[in-house]
Design a protein around this ligand. Structure first.
Ligand code: SAM
Length: 209
């Protein structure tokens, strides 16, 4: 039986400010009726595909490593060099998602969070670095709109099982879907491609608020 980790309190304003000052452009927020945020988007394949599909959403994609963010930014610059109007709803953010969301995202303002293949932190001593067990996550949930969604995808079954318990029992979200992805599924991210080609099963869970 999976145990949900204990919740600890979190004060977003005590979180260090993000290194970049850039927040959400109020003009863009008015233009797009929906807000989606991807945490840890790596080199940006999923945000580029998803933002192009969800044209009614402002899509914010956050990555904190310089190398992966740089590849994402170059990919987007190349697309926009060919077509200056390409995916105008996609906003890349080079920041730590915890700091950036804590300082720039209002309560009950997000329609959909995406966490695709988070670092699994398999050692028990690193439990509080898994997204479902971080103190920050109680704050993250308060930024979801009523009816908003959170989607998490992982190749680690323990991570999927523990996240299912935590988001449902501790954060009070409703599990809408849990599915398994296998070879043949059209990969949306670099990590998804790697795991599916290795023959691994990936787990996608989606909750609503
Ligand atoms: C295993 S990779 C997956 C990348 C991508 N989602 C994919 O599926 O190809 C996890 C990513 O999350 C990023 N990440 C982890 N913690 C983060 C944080 N607090 N803020 C922003 N990015 C973070 C890492 O830098 C890394 O690129």
């Amino acid at each position: 039986m999976n145990q949900a980790p204990l919740l600890r309190s979190f004060d977003p304003l005590k979180t260090p400010k993000p290194a970049i000052a850039q927040g959400l452009d109020a003009g863009l927020v008015r233009v797009y009726p929906r807000l989606e945020i991807e945490i840890g988007c790596g080199v940006g394949l999923h945000p580029i595909k998803r933002a192009a599909l969800s044209q009614e959403s402002l899509y914010v994609a956050i990555e904190h490593t310089r190398e992966r963010y740089g590849k994402f930014e170059r990919r987007l610059e190349n697309l926009r060099a060919k077509d200056p109007g390409a995916i105008p709803n996609l906003i890349p953010i080079h920041a730590n998602a915890i700091s950036w969301i804590s300082h720039h995202i209002e309560p009950a303002s997000v329609d959909h969070y995406w966490i695709m293949y988070p670092n699994p932190y398999p050692k028990k001593k690193h439990l509080n670095q898994r997204w479902y067990a971080m103190p920050f996550t109680s704050h993250l949930v308060t930024t979801l709109k009523p009816g908003g969604r959170l989607t998490l995808v992982t190749n680690m079954k323990y991570y999927a099982d523990e996240a299912e318990v935590a988001f449902t029992q501790q954060y009070g979200l409703k599990l809408e879907e849990r599915k398994e992805l296998t070879l043949g599924f059209d990969p949306r991210t670099h990590f998804e491609k790697k795991y599916l080609e290795r023959g691994e099963v990936c787990f996608e869970l989606s909750w609503s608020n």
